[in-house]
Ligand binder design. Sequence first.
Ligand code: MG
Length: 371
Amino acid sequence: MIVSARFGHYAVPLSAPVSDAKVATGRQRPLSHIDVLTCEVTTDDGLAGLGFSYTTRAGCRAQFAHAKEVASGLLGQDPSDIGRIYDKLLWAGASVGRSGVATQALAAIDVALWDLKARRAGLPLAKLLGAYRDSVRTYNTSGGYLQAPIEEVKERATRSLQDGIGGIKIKVGQPDTKEDLRRLTAVREHLGDDVPVMVDANQQWDRTTALRFGRAVEELGLVWIEEPLDAHDAEGHARLAAALDTPIATGEMLTSVAEHVRLIEARAADFVQPDVPRVGGITPYLKVAALADHAGLQVAPHFVMEIHVHLAAAYPRESWVEHIEWLSPLFDERLTIQDGRMLVPDRPGLGLSLAEHAKDWRLDEFESADG
Ligand SMILES: [Mg+2]
């Protein structure tokens, strides 16, 4: 039985601010930190589960406030009944809907409950879900942002490969497409033809620009072109996917199963990119994954490798997990990377514990407890 749920809001700083195409087009400011909502659920038999959600830029205070409002609904519940608990908390906040902040607040709780269930079983989450493999291919994103001069991007790509990472993604989507092409060509020449390379436009092209860019880079053999168009333009993505040999990847911005259904039904992506915290937790993520599998698609989850390494290992078709180390300082443990792959931790649950020094980044905390 659940006896307490403790929440924390942390602002985890990046070592240096990064900019993608949303910054290049003036829509957002450079990203300097990640806001994280943590949830620690404790039971009367002394077990605990740790979950988290996050935002880049605004929104985490709202997630924290929503979690605080619904948290008492957890007390006295059997933590194994994740579906029932999720439903109960969803109905508690039904007035603010079944997507976005409302379910992202629940994501921290949902992840904590899955972590607890796997810990209780003495299994890594991947094995609790049913794993297909003990490691997953991984590619680096954090070295390929737009504020970095191309020489730095090349150096960091080399370092990633030396560290055992298997692919390199770089950001594109700048107002000047020729500059994107110059950077991409430079990276491809630097790495040679055999290293898997992806590009990510972060939604900043229109349909014509995306198609022209896609045609111009067909011969580079990219693993995928990510978010060429607005995240909600399922039809545009579908046309692009049909017109190009290069696969299309999208889905990271979607915040509900319903939004993913539109994408999958429209055949808008070859690689669907759900994100556990953004889509409302592991419970809705598994529904997205089941639909994607049924449609014969690849799933390449977005960010939060600490959770996604487990889920990617438990998906039938092997794809890629995104290596971004931004949340690593929050935890005591590190993921092992070797031979282009990220190993599924053999520790029970997610295999994570909050680092002692994380309290320095804590902006707020709250505990809901019996008695
Ligand atoms: Mg992306």
